[in-house]
Design a protein around this ligand. Structure first.
Ligand code: ADP
Length: 552
């Protein structure tokens, strides 16, 4: 803009300068040529009077420097010329000024010289005898005048040009300066040019509108980010070249680091399989694939975003299927285990029954065989009962009614029920402690106490002891079941809570175990938000402690 203003000012200055020069020269030329003509006329009149009065003698000794004087007879013959021999001159009757003088008494004309740089002015007057005196003088043409004053004009022009350049430069800067320093963030604060007011008003209203739009967009984006960041699925949006446009928190933790927005996914993600999916989506193909990342298993869905038949972006959605797969695997294992556990007693029952049916069993062996059928059937009943209990626990706590109850009372009832079994196993069971109230489901709490005490009796030695204690400790209700039994070696301690896990399977079967007792304890404890601790050493015994949150 500065340059344009500068150029415009220069151009105007030059045009004005040239125009004023031309005008001045035209006026001056006109004035001087008029004056010159007037002077020539005056002198012609004087010369004609002189010649009329004195004849030839008038021209003797007259200073005619710069003028040509010609005397022409009424028939056009030149009778005197102060610069040329009159006899050799042609007849002048057809000359315009001569004819005019003969007709009217005075005539004048002008003719250009052959070089066009000079103009000859002619002025003729008729004498009383009919002859004509003609004077001619040289007048410079416009071109000659221009050439003559060219040098000073150029000097003036150069000065004027320099001055106008300087002026134009300063002026343009002065005009543009305030424009450059306009405070566009606060348009209404600029007061230098009142002419800019409409523009600044408009700018201000547009800026306010833009701010409103930007705030609205920000709000929407924040809403979207809050929603996507709290989703358990990962979401990534890429442009058609694979540059990350947006990524939610879940996808960020899985795929790349914090600063990957705006970067190429090819530099941020190292998984070859994920990049292959993105390549396919860039080619316009939607894909679904399960990929293992770290400890987890994820389902990746990639879809191209197609606009006007061209891929303009890629949407990647990641589902965490680790837990689903794990629980499916557990279910599969559980089903296989249940079938296996049921098959063994069923085979045994079926075998015994077949022998008895075929009459192969001797009469005295029948009680033994039928006893085995009975104990295997009991084992199956226990197993099925435990499975039913576990599946109820798996279903959740919705149907279970929590109530405030004394853990000590439940323990006392269970211990009493188990006293006979303990006696048969040669184990002494005792309860100590006092009331400790918890919020719980009565059957589940009894189940926890029963399974722990039952195990403590089953995995004990003849003459061993089981100490059950219930007390309130540090604001919690503590149930502990300690035995002096076979103990559990450290490598098994974490695993005994798994379904069907047994340290010694045959021993467990011998004592009527199903392998599900501690799983039920773990599940029920979790539903009561209780914590289980185990201390055990092989040969010395075990101590299971369950810490319940106390009831208010
Ligand atoms: P089970 O029906 O076989 O007793 P549990 O789930 O109750 O199944 O226990 C799992 C395994 O943990 C048992 O088979 C046994 O090997 C071990 N166990 C449980 N309680 C004790 C204990 N008090 N002393 C020694 N081992 C135990």
């Amino acid at each position: 803009m500065t340059r344009r203003i500068f150029r415009a000012i220069c151009l105007v200055s030059i045009v004005v300068l040239l125009a004023s020069l031309a005008l001045t020269m035209g006026v001056l030329y006109d004035y001087f040529s008029g004056t010159q003509r007037q002077q020539l006329k005056t002198q012609t009149m004087l010369a004609s009077q002189g010649a009329a009065n004195e004849g030839w003698a008038y021209f003797d000794g007259l200073d005619t420097e710069g003028y040509r004087i010609t005397w022409i007879s009424p028939d056009g013959k030149v009778i005197y010329d102060n610069q040329t021999d009159a006899a050799g001159m042609e007849n002048h009757l057809d000359r315009e000024e001569v004819r005019e003088a003969l007709d009217t008494g005075y005539g004048e004309s002008s003719r250009y010289s052959s070089t066009l740089t000079e103009r000859l002015l002619y002025s003729a007057a008729r004498l009383p005898d009919g002859s004509v005196i003609r004077l001619s003088g040289t007048q410079y043409t416009m071109l000659t005048l221009v050439l003559a004053i060219l040098q000073p004009v150029l000097v003036i022009f150069a000065f004027a040009l320099a001055a106008s350049l300087l002026f134009a430069s300063r002026l343009s800067k002065k005009i543009v300066g305030p424009l450059n320093s306009l405070d566009l963030d606060h348009p209404l604060k600029n007061t230098r040019y009142p002419e800019l007011s409409p523009l600044l008003d408009r700018l201000d209203s547009q800026q306010r509108q833009l701010r409103r739009h930007a705030a609205e967009l920000r709000r929407r984006q924040e809403e979207l980010e809050t929603v996507t960041d709290n989703m358990s699925e990962g979401i990534v949006l890429l442009n058609e070249k694979g540059r990350v446009l947006s990524i939610n928190h879940r996808a960020l933790t899985l795929l790349c680091t914090e600063g990957c927005v705006g970067e190429s996914i090819y530099t941020s993600v190292s998984s070859k399989e994920v990049l292959e999916l993105i390549d396919a989506a860039r080619g316009g193909v939607s894909t679904e694939k399960i990929i293992d990342l770290g400890d987890g298993r994820y389902q990746f869905n990639t879809n191209p975003v197609i606009t006007d038949a061209a891929v303009t972006g890629i949407a990647l959605i990641i589902f965490d299927i680790t837990e689903k797969e794990r629980s499916e695997q557990m279910r599969r294992e559980f089903t296989a285990n249940v079938s296996h556990e049921l098959k063994t007693p069923l085979h045994s029952i079926s075998g015994c029954a077949e022998l008895m049916k075929n009459g192969i069993v001797r009469q005295e062996d029948i009680p033994r065989f039928s006893g085995q059928i009975y104990s295997e059937a009991q084992r199956m009943i226990r197993l099925v009962d435990d499975i039913i209990r576990l599946s109820r626990l798996d279903e959740g706590s919705d149907a279970m009614r929590f109530e405030r109850l004394d853990l000590y009372e439940s323990a006392a009832a269970t211990v009493k029920n188990l006293e006979d079994a303990a006696g048969r196993a040669g184990v002494e069971i005792s309860l100590q402690g006092g009331p400790a109230f918890v919020m719980g489901v009565p059957q589940l709490l009894s189940g926890i106490i029963f399974n722990l005490c039952d195990n403590a009796i089953k995995y004990n030695r003849n003459g061993g002891k089981v100490f059950v204690s219930v007390l309130e400790k540090e604001g919690r209700a503590e149930l502990s079941v300690r035995d002096t039994g076979i103990g559990i070696s450290p490598e098994h301690q974490d695993r005994i809570f798994e379904r069907f896990y047994r340290v010694d399977k045959s021993h467990s079967q011998e004592v009527g175990g199903t392998g599900l007792g501690l799983s039920i304890v773990k599940h029920a404890a979790r539903l009561h938000k209780a914590e289980i601790k185990l201390e055990s050493s092989p040969g010395e015994g075990s101590c299971f402690t369950v810490l319940f949150p106390a009831a208010d």
